[in-house]
Write a protein that binds this ligand. Sequence first.
Ligand code: ZN
Length: 471
Amino acid sequence: MFTSAGHLTHRESLLIRHGQNQECFTCLIEILEDANISMVQREMCLSFLKSVVDENETFLQVLPSYRLECCNIICVLTDMYTEDPHKLTAALLCASMIDKLQDEHLYEIFMDKFQDVVLSRLVEKHSQFYFIVLSKLCEFSKTYSQMIVSFHGNIILTVLEAHHCFDEDTLSWLVSLLKLLIPILCSNCGLLKEGSDLFLWKILEVLVVWMNTVHSSELQVNILFLLRECLQSEEMISGLLLIGSEGSVDCSLLMGLKRILASKNSMIIVPGTQCLTLLMEKLTEPALVKEVLDTDLAEIVFEFLHSTIPSQLESTFQCLQAMVQHQYFFEKCHAVYGLDSILKSIKDALDTGKTIILIKGLELLTSLLVRQPESMPLFMNQSWNFCITLLHTAVQYETPAVFVKALKAVEQFMRPQHQQTPLAVRSITSLLSTVYYYYEHHLKSLTQSGQGQQAYHMTSSIINIVVSTYR
Ligand SMILES: [Zn+2]
């Protein structure tokens, strides 16, 4: 049991029984306040209190009657622990206390302390503690995000003005906090709207700066998560694209995105391609689409197909699928450039039996075959041979869903625009006879199991293939 020298008799009502231990609440507070206490004891005290506040229901029920003591703890933590080696535990304890007590007064004390720090010259040293507490609170409940946006936006704005002085560790916590504020700022519910534009704009501005400057991959990933929250409407995206378009050339959203994606760090592939997918899905303005596709982002994404991790491949395929919805993608010859990478990852998926990846790959291939302009040949001789061999193997895949997707691809592949001269009659005949063989095989099992719809789609594909072949 921890015993403070200043506390001679422990009051029974203030004893905390937790697990194997029994501690005196007053003693714990006195120990935390004691600047001469050893590091080890300090850490044990903090951890004990944190687990009590997080887990001990019995104690939580009596805690509200010790409101003064709780306010005292918040003051001690913010006064003494913002630079402590155990500041993470201290910050987590602080967040849990504010949240569990459901007493707005504690939150106000905390925000007043934060305001003092922000207005002082000590913002650089002490802010991390506050960012941890606030991002945890916003994680606990949206109410805190709403309170910050409605009443303390000015504090966050001042912090953002000073963003240059934070190290990357501190920035990472700030980014986690902003990520939780963005949805509130974007939701246009009455009260919040006023003033939130300036706030939102400032966040977008620093976000673009960070994308162009930060180094650690953990922070880059976190920034991509923040960006993903910001890419929810075309309005937000066009705002983001405007930043840095005048003035310094090397600091724009697209430059930053390219910089992060080009690191090819495997951690950034999923969030990075998700951001790019949103960008491509939300943009309709041709000039903006052109601006994005004029960068070599597509080339970088094609390189992500060399991964073997299913989640990375899946989100890369999804990203490319969003890109090929824009005709400008084809005008930039991106399809011709990336075709081989796509065919290769379809082959890998076939070889390793990754059905979901295989389906996504075949869908993407079909989109290319549909949308490639007639004036620009998609295939070179070698890739045409590779493609027909792949399709030949794909139609023999046991899963009916894969067969249906492969059939769709064959249907588009057989169109005259994709044929070589002279016509490779032997390969085509062999593919078609395999297709018919498996068509009958799947048709039987699909009709027997009552999946008439799929059987119907299959049959209509077959008819289209026949029509293409006769041309
Ligand atoms: Zn005591």
